[in-house]
Design a protein around this ligand. Structure first.
Ligand code: SAM
Length: 200
């Protein structure tokens, strides 16, 4: 008998959510979205903070797959690409949304909500910014970090040898037609899972 949490069954539900919001409004590709959900079910977060709400597609996915989660998410429509009304428009009731700049308000938020897990989905972070984020999470004893876009060459070495967090899992960026550049489709954006080190 198929379990409701086997890969294919989760994949079907994930595809269904992607279809509901359209793939323009969720940054995960099918493969990394499924792996994200499998890992989050394993971690079983009580309180999760997402950095980068976007339109709320990933929030809708996470909240529908982990119905008991306390879900918080922050975004300021950076660069005015998304209006305040459109930020989080797909989030289900019960989501806690903050329209703020992460680099100004993160400390306050970590102190207030005490998340056990962070999901980072920000574009174009420098290694220095990732370093600042990881140090902040460590300071507030955040146990788990899930990082989207973790395939970026300029911080791979930093992630692999991190002082505070161990990279337990890494899914690279993948394509389904690797031989021909033309028409090749991205099926996964890099995704990594980190756990806090006991000693460093
Ligand atoms: C890839 S999108 C998030 C997509 C969303 N997680 C999803 O899949 O549905 C990245 C978001 O990060 C936000 N962002 C970038 N820099 C930010 C900052 N300094 N403070 C707050 N939000 C920021 C942008 O406004 C953008 O909506």
């Amino acid at each position: 008998m198929k379990s409701e949490n086997d890969f294919k069954t989760i994949e079907k539900r994930v595809q269904n959510i992607i279809n509901q919001v359209s793939d323009r409004y969720i940054s995960n590709k099918l493969m990394d979205a499924v792996i994200l959900i499998i890992w989050l079910k394993r971690i079983n977060p009580k309180i999760l903070l997402e950095l980068g709400t976007g339109h709320g597609g990933s929030g809708k996915l996470i909240m529908s797959e982990l119905p008991n989660i306390e879900f918080h998410t922050i975004d300021n429509g950076h660069g005015k690409h998304i209006s305040e009304e459109a930020v989080g428009e797909f989030l289900p009731d019960g989501a806690h949304k903050y329209y703020n700049n992460i680099y100004e308000d993160l400390d306050k938020l970590l102190k207030k909500i005490k998340p056990d897990t962070i999901y980072i989905d920000l574009p174009n972070q420098s290694q220095g910014q990732i370093d600042w984020l990881f140090k902040s999470f460590h300071l507030y004893n955040v146990e788990w970090i899930v990082l989207h876009n973790s395939h970026k060459k300029h911080y791979r070495a930093y992630l692999e040898n991190n002082k505070y967090y161990e990279e337990l899992y890494y899914l690279p960026k993948l394509y389904n037609k690797p031989k021909s550049e033309k028409g090749r489709k991205t099926i996964s954006i890099g995704l990594s899972v980190f756990r806090i080190k006991d000693e460093y």
